[in-house]
Design a protein around this ligand. Sequence first.
Ligand code: SF4
Length: 676
Amino acid sequence: MQLYCNSLTQYSRLKTREVKIGDLLLGNFHPVLVQTMTTTDTMDTIATVEQSIRCIEAGAELVRITAPSKKEAENLLNIKNELRKRGYNTPLVADIHFTPNAAEIAARIVEKVRVNPGNYVDKKKFEQIEYTDAEYAEEIERIRERFTPLINICKEYGTAMRIGTNHGSLSDRIMSRYGDTAMGMVESAMEFLRIARAETYHNIVLSMKSSNPQVMVQAYRLLIQQMDAEFGECYPLHLGVTEAGDGEDGRVKSAAGIGTLLEDGIGDTIRVSLTEDPEFEIPVCKDLVKRYARHNNQQRKEDTNFVPPLVDRAIPYSPFEYKRRETFAVDNIGAHHVPIVIADLSKIENITAQHLQNVGYTYDEATDKWNISDAAADYIFTGNQLLNFELPGTLKVITYPATWNKASDKKKYQPIFDAAGFLQAEQKSDSINFVMIDCFSDDTAINDFTYLDELANDPSVVICLSSTNKQAMASVRRMFIELMNRNIKNPVIIICDSNWQTADEHLIHYATECGALLLDGFGDGLCLGMTQESYRLQLASLKNASGRNYLDNQTAEQFINNTAFNILQATRTRISKTEYISCPSCGRTLFDLQETTAKIRSRTNHLKGVKIAIMGCIVNGPGEMADADFGYVGSGPGKITLYRGKEVIKRNVDSNIAVDELINLLKENEAWVDAD
Ligand code: SF4
């Protein structure tokens, strides 16, 4: 397989091996399963059982429980018995780090064990060691000896296994040879997978998680390619973005990573890791998966043995590393400029200065000045309205051509045409002309691209791509490939409309459709919108998302504008705010993660570009913080250890003053500015 999926331009699910987890079947075109993980102390049987039940009632099809040592692994039996007694037969998964003994106990009790190949055998010392090939082979032999007993138990008890690689916890051996890379993550899992296959154990699921959706997406793609090249088949994949955070950030980050892969037919089970109670993860998972139900059912019904042909031809970009598509600049769009955000205000009747507050501009009457936030839209689209108030200096307005013709200030106003309208227009802007193209995927229409060459010759043209096709992302990507093949370098705005209803559905739609393109290096700007019907419904639906109001009663315009900036942040294409890498918490957590995350966020959310990790335990936290600049890690009851990168700066700080100490640390390292 030269690529990583069946088709880049049409939805087609990747065939994977069938795996049995209790009575559940996973892979081989079975529906994508949704799962979560408890956050209670595993030794507290009743609390864990009751939380598991809340997750199952919310729709979890698998429930994972941490087993950090032998005693927790043993207690899984009490948890399982109590759940079965109460009538819940959902398969359980033991989450193992560092402790093979615990894994070997758990594998006799629960339906699946998860091992982390970064720390199952290796103790991480952050050492850089040069291995000769012979020494490396010896290390693999050592893994084989330690890992094979678990495989044998799994075979005997019919237990499934996830080999779950985390970007933040690669072994010193992998780090020394491959570095902190997606390829290192793949090799980390492959080492274990090869051993399992040699023992003819195949009841395996794999995952490649990272808190950075870019790395995560590349690692899964590489893993598929590697499995296909080495074994001629793929094992089922569990998708997830680690430490995604909470609220909108967590949902957008998860959807950008998980949704991008689901769009390409990849993924057999998913977990959305939110720093919220685990049952709140399930509706988000379901919203992600339901987008593909139609395709999956069709594919299964038509032919359960269906093996789609693999795409095997060159494409003009690499899906395995991030490189932004080369463009020339039209004003502040394209080339080296960060992707812009266009706010669609066209559904507001009589736009006033007040409405600009929704998209990041606040007018201060006393000083007669506009305050501009870091997440302020760069352009607004007003449809047919000219505005009768003074605009902020940095903001420009896009209107339909007839309205643009009437505008006196042609520097402030720019027209948006459809392709035919632009080619025929007598009046055009000297500086920027936005030109809309609907990339529907009807084959005869899409093959006639001659008009693109005409647009391409105009240095004022910014192309705006949207698609009314059900497979919108795929058809827009097909157009990007066409532009690259034709060496067309005009910048491109991705236009994405949503006709979903709840806030979560909208977020997931935008983040999936746009995230998938941005992660491939496509797009010089975003313009998100809602269909008229969704817009009409927005007031009721935004407030009721997932039964929780994490949106603070935002208006549709505010919500959409924030989402656009969140997507750019999640895909790391435009950083406009602080990034929080917070673990979802589990039975190891040593403090109230949700409350602490909220507290840290309220003090630091003005620090643009700073990455702060908030991790529940010192065992896994430091490893899982990935590329955070600063870390706040639970190191004992009431104790916090503070990190700069991976370096311990203050050990066992009293938790009552730990947030203040974190702020001091930021100040000492010139990462602090006072809030406005
Ligand atoms: S970092 Fe958080 S989720 Fe991971 S093991 Fe520690 S407490 Fe649990």
